[in-house]
Design a protein around this ligand. Structure first.
Ligand code: FES
Ligand code: FES
Length: 161
């Protein structure tokens, strides 16, 4: 076991981890932050996406020790300071971008990373960017709509389901 320290949602945290401890495990079991979901543990579903130093990363295939000293942001850190939903979260709600909600934390974190890099993505860019995030419920249409709406674009023109 070794001590690892990082910043999570602006707070310094540390804990004891094994070399094999995944970041998703550290967040969920070490810090009790269960907003980051684990759907596959094999880097396929995207439910576990968090930001590491501003980049969207699958936390199920990242060792906690490799994140030492980094700035991590999880879904728990996405709301506004007053607790209200962030623009991207509100857009998912407004445009029915979720049903069971299992994929939603990863979707929101991936979408937020896209909008940080590309504030006005096209529909095709949104679909391409979210390729690593699987949703079993929505058929993706309303997720794409939500991301485009969060970027301030008119969502009336996007392809029909
Ligand atoms: S749990 Fe990480 S990609 Fe599925
Ligand atoms: S809302 Fe159920 S998996 Fe996406």
């Amino acid at each position: 076991m070794a001590k690892v320290s990082m910043t999570v949602n602006g707070k310094s945290v540390s804990g004891e981890v094994e070399g094999r401890t995944l970041l998703s495990t550290f967040l969920r079991e070490g810090l009790g932050m269960t907003g980051t979901h684990v759907g596959c543990d094999t880097s396929q579903c995207g439910a576990c996406v968090v930001h590491i130093d501003g980049k969207a990363v699958k936390s199920c295939t990242t060792f906690a020790q490799d994140v030492a000293g980094a700035e991590v942001r999880t879904i728990e850190g996405m709301a506004n300071a007053d607790g209200s939903l962030s623009t991207i979260q509100q857009a998912f709600q407004d445009h029915h971008g979720l049903q069971c909600g299992f994929c939603t934390p990863g979707m929101v974190m991936s979408a937020a990373a896209l909008l940080a890099d590309n504030p006005k993505p096209t529909e095709a860019e949104v679909r391409h960017h979210l390729e690593g995030n699987i949703c079993r419920c929505t058929g993706y249409h309303n997720i794409v709509k939500a991301v485009l709406a969060a970027s301030g674009q008119d969502v009336g023109q996007i392809a029909a389901e």
